[in-house]
Design a binder for this molecule. Structure first.
Ligand code: ZN
Ligand code: MN
Length: 502
């Protein structure tokens, strides 16, 4: 008998709102446990939840990004269960009127094929607190996370491999980051995934012998892409062996992933939905999302597939490069700003004519891509920084590339210069000078810098050329500033004389 897996994913995405879903406690990762708590999120009697408007806006945004059908009339429900991480003994969630009841996400597979993942639903709910199982054998509870806003997205059982499941999660992460509704950091638990998997018998042609799905195993809270892949591979092997031994799973079970042993382990079997005794939350009024949907639609912005296509057509990135860049919206914004500077530099370059432009553009782009996608991430890693926290500006990065392209900066010195730029925000010319890596000392570099300044300040140049000679001092000052005072003032004046045609 041949066996094929049927996989569905439930993903909890923590929204990046400033405060919790039903109270004003802040959501700061890494704060001292049990400091961001109040009577509402600790479930004290007599308190009332107040809905976080930003969470609703983000959920609608995400639903639209998933091309979803939205329940214009939506409401909250209580999901009752008793556990130390849930002080109210119920979770405010959504049962029969989730924000989104149907949606889809298209993914590109490594083999070049694309595949549309059908989504069952997406609902908004509050997170439970975090249980910390300590080395001393005790379990501690941190209520800082309790009440954080989560969007739970449930796929139909559409995946047949770990590759597909991983591609879906990656695309989902790119989407939430691009929409800026979540940081989507799996390591920090901002994206947590439950894997539902069962095996089914198929014929030699791979077609299932029966449309009925067998009892599934649910593996809870898997928190890395690699772990999702391993869980799937492990469950395929485990369940196939059970079927082949004639002892298949007879009911739905819950398991957890043991990352040390690299196995799934049986967990307490959770209640089914009847045992949760869902009922409408009496403390929150039903919502009408009609106006909000229209408002969010207008400001949704560019979605990842369009952005990738534009990076290929507008800038000439390869599809794989575009995928890598768009995955990190900070990097994408940085690349666009930097490329606009680099483009301006090329346009203003004294030695580039319209005939030689395409060839120069190609060369500059090649250098840009290699530094942006290979050496820059390494340099950031080494410095223990992210583009968000580093002091490197897109302008300085463009200038850095221009120095490399013009061979004003020796490539072997490049990494050292870039690292200094990342750490203290200095300009490449300044660092290159300090390191003796070639740079602002020579006239031709100064001429190029003056040319760029002239292009950016046409009015001043025109006034100078119309007789306002005292403006030369201002132009010299601009160029001195550009080189952070590292250039020889005589050479700077000479450079301007060359650029202004004197
Ligand atoms: Zn609170
Ligand atoms: Mn949930």
């Amino acid at each position: 008998m041949l066996w094929k897996p049927v996989i569905g994913l439930e993903t909890h995405i923590q929204l990046n709102t400033k405060s919790k879903l039903f109270c004003s406690c802040p959501l700061n990762d890494g704060d001292v446990p049990n400091t961001n708590v109040c009577p509402i999120c600790l479930g004290h009697p007599g308190t009332l939840p107040v809905l976080n408007q930003q969470a609703i806006t983000s959920a609608v945004k995400l639903a639209l990004g998933l091309n979803g059908e939205i329940n214009k009339k939506t409401k909250f429900d209580r999901k009752n269960y008793f556990y130390p991480d849930l002080p109210k003994a119920y979770q405010i969630s959504q049962f029969d009127h989730p924000i989104m009841y149907q949606g889809e996400l298209s993914i590109d597979l490594p083999n070049g094929e694309s595949f549309t993942v059908q989504l069952e639903r997406m609902h908004l709910e509050e997170d439970a607190a975090k249980n910390i199982h300590s080395d001393d054998g005790q379990t501690y509870v941190d209520y800082n996370r309790g009440g954080a806003p989560l969007c739970e997205i449930v796929t139909r059982p559409v995946f047949t491999s770990s590759t597909q499941a991983k591609a879906y999660l990656q695309e989902l992460r790119t989407l939430v980051r691009t929409l800026k509704v979540s940081d989507g950091n799996l390591e920090k638990g901002q994206m947590r995934c439950d894997v539902n998997l069962s095996m089914r018998a198929v014929g030699a042609d791979g077609v299932p012998l029966s449309p009925v799905l067998n009892p599934k195993t649910e593996v809870k809270n898997v928190n890395s892409f690699r772990a999702v892949e391993r869980v799937i591979e492990y469950e395929i092997k485990r369940q196939t062996a059970l079927w082949e031994a004639g002892t298949p799973p007879l009911e739905t079970t819950t398991r957890g992933w043991n990352d040390v042993k690299q196995v799934t382990e049986s967990q307490r079997t959770k209640e089914n939905s009847a045992e949760y005794r869902y009922f409408p939350e009496p403390d929150l009024p039903p919502l009408d999302l009609t106006a909000l949907i229209l408002e969010v639609k207008r400001s949704l912005g560019e979605l990842p597939p369009n952005k990738r296509a534009r990076f290929v057509s507008e800038y000439g990135f390869k599809p794989e490069e575009a995928r890598q860049i768009v995955e990190d919206p900070t990097l994408a914004d940085f690349a666009e700003q930097s490329l606009s500077e680099l483009g301006a530099w090329l346009e203003a370059h004294p030695n580039i004519t319209s005939e030689t432009m395409p060839e120069h553009r190609f060369k500059a782009m090649k250098t840009f891509v290699s530094w942006l996608l290979n050496k820059l991430p390494n340099a950031l890693d080494t410095a223990g920084l992210h583009l968000k926290t580093a002091r490197l500006t897109p302008e300085n990065f463009a200038q850095f590339i221009s120095l490399l392209v013009d061979q004003k900066l020796a490539a072997p010195k490049g990494l050292e210069v870039l690292t200094a730029m990342i750490i203290d925000g200095s300009s490449p010319t300044q660092v290159a000078e300090t390191l003796g890596a070639g740079g602002v000392g020579d006239l031709s570099t100064l001429i190029q810098l003056a040319q760029t300044i002239a292009t950016n300040n046409p009015k001043e140049v025109e006034r100078y050329q119309n007789g306002e000679k005292k403006l030369l001092a201002w132009l010299v000052g601009q160029l001195m500033r550009e080189t952070k005072g590292n250039a020889n003032p005589e050479l700077v004046t000479k450079a301007w004389q060359a650029v202004l045609g004197e």
